[in-house]
Design a binder for this molecule. Sequence first.
Ligand SMILES: N[C@@H](CCC(=O)N[C@@H](CS)C(=O)NCC(=O)O)C(=O)O
Length: 206
Amino acid sequence: MLKIWGRLNSSNVKKVIWIANELKLPYEHMNLGGAYGGLDDPAFLQRNPNGLVPLIEDGKTVLWESNVIVRYLAAQYGKDTFWIEDPAKRAQAEKWMDWASTTSMPDFRDVMMNLVRLPEDQRDPIVAQRGVQGLSKMMRIANNALEQQPWLTGDHFGIGDIPLGCLVYAWFLFPIEREDMPALEAWYKRLTERPAYQKAVMIPLS
Ligand SMILES: N[C@@H](CCC(=O)N[C@@H](CS)C(=O)NCC(=O)O)C(=O)O
């Protein structure tokens, strides 16, 4: 059976749990990282030398890097649903995956740490505000794309929606002022109607 390691409040772990739920895969989940620790365990480091979650084991396949895991599970178990055979169409979806994880992630981390995770006396409002401005620009880019197409993947929900989908949940919960972005809000609302999203992503921020 598929095994997934990683604390459930991690946006990178959420991606993996979410796609596994979308694909209706049975899996065993083990909490690891954050308050659970365990990332410097030599046996874990042998499997993921980065000492980070998520990590999966699927038969003989051991994999780290959340976006790669999402693509692997879609290709392996979602041939008729989530996998996109046409390389050009797939690349249009994949660009949003890698964009969300590279371009948006540093600002997201700053906001998450300084508005949610750190004890209040350790938070830096300037870092938080800078992060919010950066994220706002990113959300505007996604909003503009979503004015042209219903999903970041294209005509249908798919892998391209997963990484930003994990971040956008927090974006709408952060105690901040947000510009109006109707297409982004409509996309988020459609995500919240998916049971797999509700289960994996819509949990209290911590
Ligand atoms: N690029 C990696 C990043 C993994 C990563 O940064 N994981 C974080 C959680 S989001 C982590 O393991 N942090 C240490 C911890 O949880 O203790 C991926 O996408 O899988």
